[in-house]
Design a protein around this ligand. Sequence first.
Ligand SMILES: Cc1cc2nc3c(=O)[nH]c(=O)nc-3n(C[C@H](O)[C@H](O)[C@H](O)COP(=O)(O)OP(=O)(O)OC[C@H]3O[C@@H](n4cnc5c(N)ncnc54)[C@H](O)[C@@H]3O)c2cc1C
Length: 434
Amino acid sequence: MAWDFETEPDFQEKLDWAEEFVRREVEPLDLAFPDTAAPYDRRNPVYKKITDPLKAEVKKRGLWACHLGPELGGPGYGQVKLALLNEILGRSMWAPNVFGCQAPDSGNAEILAHYGTDEQKRKYLQPLLDGDIVSCFSMTEPQGGADPREFRCRAVRDGDAWVITGEKYFSSHADLAEFLIAMVITNPDVPVHQGASMFLVPRETPGLEIVRLAGLGTEPLGHGHHAYLRYDAVRVPRENLLGGEGQGFVIAQTRLGGGRIHHAMRTVATVREALRMMCERALSRRTQGGPLAEKQLAQQAIADSFIQLEQFRLLVLYAAWHIDKGHKDTARTYIAAVKVQTAEVLHDVVRRALHLHGALGCSNEMPLARMWMTVPVMGIADGPTEVHKVTVAKQVLKQHRAYEGLWPRDFLPTRVAEAQARFAAEIEREVGNL
Ligand SMILES: Cc1cc2nc3c(=O)[nH]c(=O)nc-3n(C[C@H](O)[C@H](O)[C@H](O)COP(=O)(O)OP(=O)(O)OC[C@H]3O[C@@H](n4cnc5c(N)ncnc54)[C@H](O)[C@@H]3O)c2cc1C
């Protein structure tokens, strides 16, 4: 029996440990240090003092950097097991950092491991994997968004160096990172999938300027960690090219697929928490002579949320399974489908949970409004919903053919006539003519 919904006992033990550890040791950090960038701040001695022992404990349990296979320096549990772990880590803003699998460092580590030279791995990957530094992925541009065909940021060769000039927007944690991976155009005369390249840019390189830091949603203007960057003739040595010249597009694809599904895995946790809060509130709050839980419309909100969550979770696990099996094409379709669902399920369930809590739900005294802010982010970051729907549709359409002739294959008059011709004798007998 190959279809199985059970977790191996050994790994279940690890999950049980992680469940308890995150609840007891990590979730309180979210409350004590709520700045969204705090988990990424490796220079803060207070955070370091608190998290170093926690990270050591995670490493001892074999749960550090679980997104990477053994050939890339991780334990190699695969994506299905990572999904089960992320369903726990997603409850806490700090947990991915404590477990060494936070975005965007997870994706950056993955491409460094895949495409980096030995020297690049020593200099950038190892400290990243050790959790000593954080990194930034610098791709999106202010005028052209994340569509590489619209990129203007250019790098040109100058002797033994590359010189990068242009602007990037929403380069998360550029202010905290030791280095950036910048995707820029190196040859504008060929299609972008051959004309873009990736560069490793140390944060302190002269000419790299943070023009502004943007925040999210209701964060006060001027606060935030998504950098608007200017590259003003930023000079990096030739050996800082990651992968080959012109390989930037392919490398970006390697990184974004993983990033998308990891967000989805963690979103399962957020949605579960929202549903838990909704149920507890429905059972506790009384109105018009009874608990909310007895009102059928409240029950509908709970039932719909449970069904959406379970469908979403299975889709995430199935996508993860396709990745583990090496089914590249199918994995691509399922990752895109999961990416779309992440924002939609989060939207529906968090909205219901927030609504069911009334004024309290709208307030800043529950985590629900903060969860609500993650809805638009999940619909935009790593590519907008529409783009992923197009991917799903194109992949699905590849499995079908146009029909020839005037009428569709399922046109009933033709099909009934064919069936009647095939069973002509039996039909005659049935109606008593034979
Ligand atoms: C929290 C957060 C963190 C981020 N971190 C990083 C980072 O670290 N590094 C980085 O480089 N980038 C980062 N980004 C940027 C992110 O990758 C882009 O925002 C995203 O890819 C979408 O690009 P855009 O914002 O330019 O939107 P656009 O591409 O302008 O899309 C805007 C809207 O246009 C419509 N649209 C776009 N394309 C299509 C289409 N093909 N068909 C139909 N409608 C369409 C959709 O409604 C879409 O929502 C981050 C974004 C967020 C929100």
